[in-house]
Design a protein around this ligand. Structure first.
Ligand code: AMP
Ligand code: MN
Ligand code: MN
Length: 326
């Protein structure tokens, strides 16, 4: 049976004229692809749609059709009939305007994070789904809406990114069903893969070289750690978002159960990406313990007023405890 959104979500969207679409800060491809894809679907239904962003779309994702329609700055919030937050597991990840954005009623939430912290009024949260993009496709079905080739492209890119090219454990028969439908609507998988994975700058590759040199193994190779201190960005000319995907390399080691990447994105602020392997190795528990969140095998958090070394010293014992159990 096709999993479908609660009827109230589709009914609310059907009767809304002006819709505000939101996603999490530092949006990844699933966040933006879902926001742009749903935006195009609702526009096709004759609705007025506003895509809010806390910042300009990263150069990594400006290939997504319609990325230029994401608007920075708060719109006239009372003018909306509803808001939809996509791929956002926690209200805080709506960003610095969280409180204002949450005043839009009704506030709908569509998400697939395992540790979802409920906020807003109407929810469709399904941790069994690979990506929010996959859910948005089924929402279009419930709305009886057209999925244009541009919307299909955005949703497909969202799915490829969040499943690691249909590799992660979240990849299901529903994932392939939706991917098939999107390809039937004209998406070219090789083109999307090219934009996502073969589209990097030399600065990024130079940064990658330096970051790989930091590789440390702990707990008999069951934990792999890489780091990106602030100075490496200045020395290579790469931007903080250029580290997308680095975590997959420590993760790829056969012995590794848990991989962690500590990035000093700003002076004194360390952002942490973590990955684990297998059903029994829930890294989102570690992220939650440190004030972040995520999925069973991919999670993260941020810490201010710290150093890479200080945070590594705090985190390694917790990770050691986790890998001893899985
Ligand atoms: P990343 O390592 O940045 O690709 O993040 C992996 C997953 O961890 C994301 O899909 C988010 O669900 C979650 N995550 C990352 N950073 C944070 C954070 N600061 N707070 C909560 N969840 C996070
Ligand atoms: Mn996301
Ligand atoms: Mn996602």
């Amino acid at each position: 049976m096709t999993p479908s959104p609660p009827g109230e979500i589709a009914a609310t969207l059907k009767r809304s004229g002006r819709v505000l679409l939101l996603t999490h800060v530092h949006p990844d491809c699933d966040a933006l692809g879902s926001q742009l894809g749903l935006g195009q679907i609702l526009t096709g239904m004759g609705k007025e749609v506003h895509l809010y962003g806390e910042a300009e779309v990263s150069h990594l994702y400006d290939f997504l059709p319609g990325s230029e329609t994401v608007t920075v700055g708060l719109p006239d919030l009372p003018s909306f009939d509803c808001a939809v937050a996509l791929d956002c597991g926690d209200a805080y990840r709506l960003g610095r305007e969280m409180e204002s954005l949450l005043t839009v009623k009704p506030f709908l939430v569509i998400d697939h994070h395992a540790g979802h912290q409920f906020f807003g009024d109407l929810h469709w949260v399904d941790p069994a789904r690979s990506s929010t993009g996959e859910m948005v496709y089924d929402l279009a079905g419930a709305l009886g809406a057209e999925v244009s080739p541009e919307a299909a492209y955005c949703l497909y890119a969202a799915m490829v990114a969040d499943t690691g090219s249909f590799k992660y454990s979240s990849t299901s028969a529903d994932t392939f069903r939706v991917a098939r439908e999107l390809v039937l609507r004209g998406v070219k998988p090789a083109e999307v893969a090219g934009k996502l994975f073969d589209n990097y700058s030399l600065a990024r590759l130079r940064l990658f070289q330096r970051v790989l040199e930091t590789l440390q193994l702990h707990e008999n190779g069951r934990i792999a750690l890489i780091t990106a201190p602030r100075r490496l960005f200045a020395e290579t000319g790469a931007a903080p978002e250029d580290t997308e995907g680095f975590i997959n390399y420590p993760r790829s080691l056969q012995s590794v159960k848990a991989a962690v990447f500590l990035k000093e994105a700003e002076s004194g602020m360390v952002s942490v990406s973590m990955r684990s392997k297998g059903r029994d190795c829930d890294i989102s528990q570690v992220a939650t313990e440190f004030g972040g969140g995520g999925h069973r095998n991919a999670a993260g958090f941020k810490r201010f007023d710290t150093t890479i070394e200080g945070l590594a010293a705090e985190l390694l014992p917790v990770l050691a405890d986790l890998v001893r159990r899985c």
